[in-house]
Ligand binder design. Sequence first.
Ligand SMILES: O=P([O-])(O)O[C@H]1O[C@H](COP(=O)(O)O)[C@@H](O)[C@H](O)[C@H]1O
Ligand SMILES: [Mg+2]
Length: 609
Amino acid sequence: MALSGDPELDGEIRKWIRWDKCASTACQIMDAVRAKDWDTLRKRLCTRISFGTAGLRACMRAGFDSMNELVVIQTAQGLCEYIKEQYPDPADWSGRGIVFGYDGRYNSHRFAELSAIVFLNNDFKVWLFKRYVATPMVPFAILRLQCLAGVMVTASHNPKEDNGYKVYWTNGAQIIPPHDEGIQESILNNLEPKGSSWDDSAMCSNTMLEDPYDIVVPPYFDILKKQLPCTSLEANGRCSLSFTYTAMHGVGYAFVKQAFARINLKPFISVCEQQEPDPEFPTTPMPNPEEGKTSLDLSIKTAKANSSQIILANDPDADRLAVAEVREDGSYKLFSGNEVGALLGWWSLELHKMREPDCDVSNCVMIASTVSSKILRAMAEREGFQFFETLTGFKWMGNKAIELQQAGKTVLFAFEEAIGFMVGTTVLDKDGVSAAGHLATMACYLRCKLCMTLQEKLRDIYETYGFHTTVSSYVICRCPPVIEQIFERLRTWDEGKADTYPTSILNGEYEIENVRDLTTGFDSSTGDKKATLPTSSSSQMITFTFKNGLVVTLRTSGTEPKMKYYAEMCGKPDEKNWAKLTNTMNTMVEAIVEEFYEPSKNGLQRRKE
Ligand SMILES: O=P([O-])(O)O[C@H]1O[C@H](COP(=O)(O)O)[C@@H](O)[C@H](O)[C@H]1O
Ligand SMILES: [Mg+2]
């Protein structure tokens, strides 16, 4: 067959045709070849999907840059070889093995099975959940079963066309360097799929294959219960608050239901239409509770119809949690991730003091990502615990928590603005199931013991530690060269000179004091001009600190075609004009987006409010 004439592309096309045993994706490539659609083929075949903020994530279709059976098999092979290198004793492979979980998306189960086959063919013990699970069950299972690694097949809240592969290491946290780089290299060295990879018979009555559900899931809930003092469990049972819960067509329902039962909470009201996993996400094309009102319409309707005061929403793989609470006028206040972080941070400390009244708080730590609110820093300064920040992505926080634990610290809480929360260290990743249990318990405690709503408690936190006002949003850009250009312009601001950044916005009205560029490693505020957080040249991230205190970070998402922006103004406890702080921030953020991202000129799509 005549191909494009470009040797690199033709080589990749031939490989695909030789290797792919999945009829539908093989057909997609053949159709493109017949249509001589070389541009698409080049895009699909000459670049390879790589590890981003949360493992691999891409559209399900043919191509080495996408999620499909061939790419999954290649990834599993590479991962398997890498694990073997790191743990050369075959007794570990067959003894400790690997765990696989999956959500309810199209192909998730299939991708997990194909991965399992690769590992079974390599004499590994494989723990493959027989039914879909909430993402946190995988990192929990690794620790519980002492596995060498684990994988969750999910694309979280992404559109239904996407899927993904979250990879966890032996320590129970998602992979970071050097493992992600090592695995990627190992994938490249093991691209050719073995003939046996599509052979399902490896799964038939194989003693090396086991379902971990009954070994792993009950202890998860036992530990959740143990985290709560008896008084709190009693308050849960007595409290008249009503909760509405949505699983957002994902996997959370069965897990949060069990969490509620185990910690003595009355059953929640479920948003029935979104209760069971549905890969079509029929009632919400953007199944992301972070999107706010647009994705929570049905929850609000259900809560209103049942006079329910609090709404809890998981994302479809149940590692995130959104929270809303009724206002006096009957409308619902949706808390931002930063606000829930403030509340759960306060709760984590409170819980710790309840459990261990004589504890040494100075040995306790809390963690947040650098694009999240610094409210925990303000709390830490006042209460005497320690605060650490990491790069964006829970993989960094999970690994930081382990490092701090190893140094003898007690890790109480970690959170990120993208509604990700880790209360305690049962799971070293964000956990939307335990977060739902803790949030509900905190709400009951506040109601029964302190006669307070969540909104009142939040206000109280700001009065004590200072008001913190934040924006987290994004513009959509599907064209990587445009993103490159935008960030390049910001780095060559002064007539194209390298390493010169903007110095103000709104014609000099607000001046920039410091710039930190985590793509290049530059930081104007440090003695040696080098940033202290790790640098990654493959993703864009610049933080501007203004003289009036506003801190803004611009960065590209590692999971979606978004250019995100995050801003915060931190007030001191005696600063009472909160509305002014918020107004100034909003004005400045609007100007920053206009002047630095230039949405109209660059054809960027603004977020639908
Ligand atoms: O999507 P999830 O729930 O797996 O969450 C994942 O992606 C989020 C968005 O990342 P980005 O800003 O790079 O798109 C991260 O904040 C989060 O830590 C990560 O676990
Ligand atoms: Mg998720």
